[in-house]
Design a protein around this ligand. Sequence first.
Ligand code: ATP
Ligand code: MG
Length: 244
Amino acid sequence: MLEKKVAEIKPFRGGDRLQSGIAGLDELLDGGIPQGNLVVLSGDPGSGKTVFCWQFLYEGATKYNEPGVYISLEESESTIIAGAKEFGWDLQKLINEKKMKVVVVELYDFERLKNLIEDTIRSINAKRVVIDPGVIFRLFFERELDARKRIVALGKMLKEIECTTIITNEISLDKQSSLYGLEEYVADGVILLYHTKIGSHFIRSIGILKMRNTKISEKLKPIIISKTGVSVLVKSDLFLEEQK
Ligand SMILES: Nc1ncnc2c1ncn2[C@@H]1O[C@H](COP(=O)(O)OP(=O)(O)OP(=O)(O)O)[C@@H](O)[C@H]1O
Ligand SMILES: [Mg+2]
């Protein structure tokens, strides 16, 4: 009986990993994000969520030949393109080459949005998807149960078409706020970006809370945001004991 059960469990194929494109991060993830995972990227305002996502898409399209779709609520396509250009990432070129598409969400019904996302992904055979910010979902639903059901359906669709997805989640500095429990019930991974107060200033850092099928580093690591984007200082540690 036990033998049969063991035989039924599909071994994880360790090779199917996506390089995040964030310098140093894959070392904390045993090589990368398992392909098809849905990852929630949580962080306080200005912690670098959007820059992380642009980099994930840009590097994916340019280095790994994996087209990407960026779904945005707040910003117009031209604002996004201009913002990414600050880091030297030419999204317009990727859009022209059909390696990227930007969807700016309008508030129609969620089913239409889901179909639009699916059509857009299929039109360029995208492998990476970003929904930034995930708070988009709050605008569609009044009832939590509705939200959960629909978000689960969206996650399922993204998995079926073999996309690896990042959904950003803004949390306030003093209180962790969940996207309808998205982290617990649908996300395969949760990555946290922090501003940690050390003495009189903030140190940026990153931590992996969970990543299914992956041996993760349990340490918070410092990050820097520079004109080349986000880098994880994998060899350094945070000195939390100095925190005041
Ligand atoms: N060229 C640059 N060099 C260094 N740091 C930069 C540069 N451009 C932006 N930043 C930093 O990156 C951060 C912006 O991060 P980002 O917009 O990705 O945050 P976010 O988590 O998405 O914020 P929000 O919750 O407001 O959407 C800012 O704090 C800014 O200081
Ligand atoms: Mg942002």
